[in-house]
Design a protein around this ligand. Structure first.
Ligand SMILES: C[S@@+](CC[C@H](N)C(=O)[O-])C[C@H]1O[C@@H](n2cnc3c(N)ncnc32)[C@H](O)[C@@H]1O
Length: 404
């Protein structure tokens, strides 16, 4: 019989991944010398963010909220008697409508809200619409009708903080750079001031591979540009990058925009400007296994990035599937190391797996495209454009932004 500790149980049930102390310090430092006042920690867990706040600011009242029944005792045990005197803990579900007035949590009643929400999806319910609406944020649900839980936490935090007050949040890759959440980023940038986004090293949190970011938002402030930072695994910081609102709507990760700079190199153009057309293959792994005609999957890429592949001879049995032909450039769409999977079709033809993207190039530029993508600079761009944990993936729109 396997015995699970209450913390392991909470990790499974509530996606509880506690912040290491240094992440709490980065978040609080990024908020600057806020003269504090009333501070709320939404999804406080063991209180890593609250403790970092208390060690830096004069907090007149600390309110902590968590759904996990053990969180309240944990945080109370971590506080000194003086800190405990001005602390209140509420066990509440942040996904449900927090009506004004419940335990003093009124709209606009907090000076600062800090939060590291759980990174998971929840089933959309009609009760979530007013939570997003009152914060001026659009609902971005998946085709399955799921909603990112972190999006609801952001909306609740915006509702509870006063105008001019600050939010310090730790958010996942999807909010910062996912294509589906671009309207959510736009609304945040239009209505509030997104001051800073700090890319944390991968595996900053024990037990998860998630790529996370610290984001600092001032309610109803005005964004003109956003400062993007990045901390590497050895703890060093890269030079910041400043992006305008349109660029920040597209993505807010330092890695992507820093590598985007090769655009200034004379003669280089984005693939879309060169007229390259990207098409995703359409065969699932089950279809590949039972296919009678030649197929090309991520496992078929040549060992050397950017070299040529010769596919089986032209077949007369072509159907409406996506086929690769001589002159096409193939790029892995999903793979752990997709930046290494780039090839030029020298001849022959094959149907493509849905993990492969075909780049069809105007006459005479296929060589330039494959050379550009396989170069160190091209691989850097592919690496930074790819998203996700484990097997990484690249969106076709982002792929076409790469310059060669
Ligand atoms: C990623 S952990 C962060 C914990 C802590 N803030 C930290 O940074 O160490 C997310 C926290 O949110 C809590 N949580 C998950 N779902 C919640 C919900 N619906 N309402 C309130 N808290 C929730 C979990 O119990 C967990 O403590």
């Amino acid at each position: 019989m396997t015995i699970t500790s209450p913390r392991q149980q909470a990790r499974r049930t509530y996606s509880r991944f506690d912040s290491p102390g240094w992440v709490g310090k980065v978040l609080i430092d990024a908020l600057g010398d806020a003269s504090a006042g009333r501070v709320l920690d939404l999804g406080c867990g063991g209180g890593a963010l609250s403790l970092a706040a208390l060690s830096r600011w004069q907090v007149s009242e600390l309110v902590t909220v968590d759904i996990d029944p053990i969180a309240g005792d944990e945080i109370r045990q971590a506080l000194t008697p003086e800190q405990a005197a001005t602390h209140r803990h509420l066990r509440a579900d942040v996904m449900s409508f927090l009506s004004d007035g419940i335990d003093g949590l009124r709209s606009g009643s907090l000076d600062i809200v800090i939060s590291n929400p759980p990174y998971r999806m929840a089933r959309w319910t009609p009760g979530m619409a007013p939570i997003l609406e009152r914060a001026g944020l659009p609902a971005c649900t998946t085709i399955y009708g799921d909603v990112p839980v972190d999006m609801i936490f952001v909306a609740q935090a915006l509702h509870l903080v006063r105008a001019g007050g600050s939010l310090g949040l730790i958010l996942p890759d999807s909010v910062i750079s996912g294509v589906a959440l671009a309207p959510f980023r736009r609304a945040l940038l239009d209505k509030h001031r997104v001051a800073r986004v700090i890319q944390l090293p991968r595996r900053a949190f024990k037990g998860t591979d998630a790529q996370a970011y610290v984001i600092v938002i001032q309610r109803e402030g005005c964004s003109t540009s956003v400062q993007l930072d990045r901390i590497l695994a050895d703890g060093s910081w890269l030079e910041p990058v400043y992006v305008g609102l349109d660029q920040a709507t597209r993505r807010m990760d330092h890695g992507y925009h820093r590598v985007g700079f090769p655009k200034v190199i004379a003669g280089q153009r984005a693939l879309r400007e060169l007229g390259v057309v990207a098409t995703r293959g359409n065969l699932s792994s089950v279809q590949i296994a039972s296919s009678q005609t030649p197929t090309f999957h991520t496992t078929d890429f040549p060992t050397f990035t950017g070299s040529t592949v010769t596919l089986p001879p032209l077949t007369l049995l072509r159907n409406a599937d996506i086929w690769a032909d001589a002159g096409d450039v193939l790029v892995a769409r999903v793979d752990r190391r997709l930046e290494r999977k780039v090839a030029l079709v020298a001849g022959g033809t094959a149907r493509l797996s849905d993990c492969v993207i075909r780049l069809r190039c105007p006459l005479g530029i296929s060589e330039r495209v494959v050379r550009g993508l396989a170069s160190t600079q091209g691989q850097d761009q592919l690496r930074s454009a790819a998203r996700g944990t484990g097997a990484r993936h690249i969106a076709m729109g982002t792929l076409l932004d790469i310059v060669v």
